[in-house]
Design a protein around this ligand. Structure first.
Ligand SMILES: NC(=O)c1ccc[n+]([C@@H]2O[C@H](COP(=O)([O-])OP(=O)(O)OC[C@H]3O[C@@H](n4cnc5c(N)ncnc54)[C@H](OP(=O)(O)O)[C@@H]3O)[C@@H](O)[C@H]2O)c1
Length: 254
């Protein structure tokens, strides 16, 4: 397995939640990590917490010029190279089927799918030089059906399909591609989508804990361990790895 020591890694959406925990774990192992996001103060908080191995670049993944700047900033911080890209930035998009609006669906796919496709495309020439890796963050929403969440679930299903084709296409260029499907982790994701208020979060996550075979929700660091595996394992590509406490099993105590 490759070591993370000395790797240069770009993590989108690194100012909070799973992305911030990935950045922390990778830096702890000697990587130089560039995190991106729209809110500068969130990125700064993570950087202050991690230290100088963590570099920040403010930007919106849906904007082409911002994506180019993310890669440029990562190359600069990473001594001219890029070893791994983590496409983590996303939003929760929920809308009942009979209330779909085209603008909402377009925004969901633009943010959660097309941005990750375009950023990956821009990263290919750099990853080719390092025999690097691209990792997407999917979701257990492709394993368990949550009514109302079809816009989000379909964006995550798209990333799983993308992982396989991209892996086949980029394998001959020695670039590996993988996808992590996390179970529930308490982050800002659902709060930002207005699904519930901050003071309801622990009650909501307690309610979902029992859906996991292991009886609890996960942590961002546990998801980061799965991401790390896909970045380091040199003979693994095209994989959608469930790091989900067993929620994807659909356990039912009949
Ligand atoms: N938490 C869970 O239970 C769970 C389960 C399965 C999968 N996931 C996935 O895990 C990933 C991380 O989510 P999280 O749970 O850690 O939630 P989070 O804390 O809300 O993180 C998402 C990050 O993405 C960034 N982002 C969103 N839109 C962006 C844009 N247009 N441009 C740049 N950055 C953008 C946000 O920062 P700004 O708003 O500052 O830009 C935020 O820091 C997502 O792909 C999510 O779908 C989460």
């Amino acid at each position: 397995m490759r070591s993370m020591d000395g790797m240069s890694i770009l993590v989108t959406g690194g100012g909070s939640g799973i992305g911030a925990d990935c950045a922390r774990r990778f830096c702890d192992q000697g990587a130089r990590v560039t995190i991106s996001g729209r809110r500068l103060e969130k990125l700064q908080q993570v950087q202050e917490n991690i230290g100088e191995r963590c570099h920040i670049v403010q930007g919106d993944v849906t904007r082409d010029k911002d994506r180019i700047e993310m890669i440029r900033a990562c190359l600069e911080h990473g001594e001219g190279k890029l070893d791994a890209l983590l496409n983590n930035a996303a939003n929760m998009y929920r809308q009942p089927v009979d209330q779909y609006t085209e603008a909402f669906l377009r925004e969901a796919f633009e943010t959660n799918v097309i941005s990750a496709m375009m950023l990956s495309s821009a990263a290919v020439p750099h990853l080719e030089k390092t025999a690097g890796a691209i990792v997407f963050i999917g979701s257990t929403h492709t394993k368990r059906a949550f009514p109302g969440a079809s816009p989000y679930a379909t964006t995550k299903a798209a990333l799983e399909g993308l992982t396989k084709v991209m892996a086949a296409e980029l394998g001959p260029r020695n670039i590996r591609v993988g996808c992590i499907l996390p179970g529930a982790v308490s982050t800002e994701l659902n709060l930002r989508a207005g699904l519930f208020a901050a003071d309801e979060a622990s009650e909501r996550y307690d309610a979902v804990a029992g859906l996991h075979a292991l009886g609890r929700i996960g942590t961002g660091t546990e998801v980061a361990e799965g991401v790390e595996y896909l970045m380091r394992a040199e003979w693994v590509t095209g994989v959608a790895l469930e790091v989900d406490g067993g929620i994807g099993l659909g356990v039912s105590h009949f």
